[in-house]
Ligand binder design. Structure first.
Ligand code: C5P
Length: 228
């Protein structure tokens, strides 16, 4: 199975279409995040699904339970494959109720990697960041989510806690020698997969490449996998 999800971190639908066109021979799964969603909305998501692409809608929902449940019902109807929500018990339970028996998979986001210990205290949590992370992984399991988003450096630990059947989706991977950009805590795609990742979210290493299709194939070669 091809584990690569390409992050469409774009300002416009036409820019995103160019990346999809340039990679569609080697990838069938795309992540739409807040920026593209704000620019092109569900219309563009539905366009991707119509083109038989799988969509990871990275909206990181966080609202009262009933609102999350109702939004998730709509997203499930659209044919999206993965949706992210924050790992708060009420939010996760509502999303799991909203996806019902549809094919939509709910992924929990535990502690944003942009947060450090000072931020956590400022937010009112009296814990060490690691303790908050462990608590949220365990709460996610209890809430019955389908998987978690985790950094390549934590994927091994999360796999041990979550067991074999959960989807672990890992951004922040970089092949050895690729430009790291603003990513500080990176691992190679092969290392992340060996540690237990189910899917890898790859952004700029592919989308900023001169030949994006070739860039995907190089990662698949590293993983000793073929495109389909
Ligand atoms: O760095 P790169 O361009 O590969 O980023 C790919 C995607 O992963 C982006 O959409 C980014 O928002 C997401 N992401 C990340 N690091 C995290 C969480 C999410 O790069 N810790």
């Amino acid at each position: 199975m091809n584990p690569i999800i390409i992050a469409l971190d774009c300002e416009t639908a036409s820019e995103a279409r160019k990346i999809v066109d340039a990679t569609s021979k080697s990838v069938g799964f795309y992540k739409v995040g807040l920026e593209l969603y704000a620019a092109a909305g569900m219309e563009f998501v539905k366009e991707l699904i119509k083109r038989r692409k799988k969509v990871f809608l990275d909206l990181k929902l966080h609202d009262i339970g009933e609102t999350v449940r109702r939004a998730t019902v709509q997203i499930a109807k659209s044919g999206v494959s993965f949706l992210t929500v924050h790992a708060e018990p009420q939010v996760m339970r509502a999303a799991v109720a909203g996806r019902g028996s549809s094919k939509l998979k709910i992924l929990a986001v535990t502690v944003l990697t942009s947060l450090d210990q000072v931020d956590i205290h400022e937010m009112g949590y009296p814990y060490a960041i690691r303790k908050l992370f462990d608590l949220r992984v365990r709460n996610a399991m209890r809430a019955g989510v389908d998987g978690l988003v985790c950094s390549p450096l934590e994927v091994g630990d999360v796999r041990r806690i979550a067991g074999g059947d959960k989807l672990l989706v890992t951004p922040g991977v970089r092949s050895a020698g690729a430009v790291k950009g603003d990513q500080k805590r990176v691992a190679t795609p092969a290392q992340a997969m060996a540690d237990g990742a189910s899917y890898l979210v790859v952004g700029r290493q592919v989308t900023h490449a001169v030949d994006p299709n070739k860039a995907v194939r190089e990662i698949l070669d590293e993983l000793k996998l073929s495109a389909r």
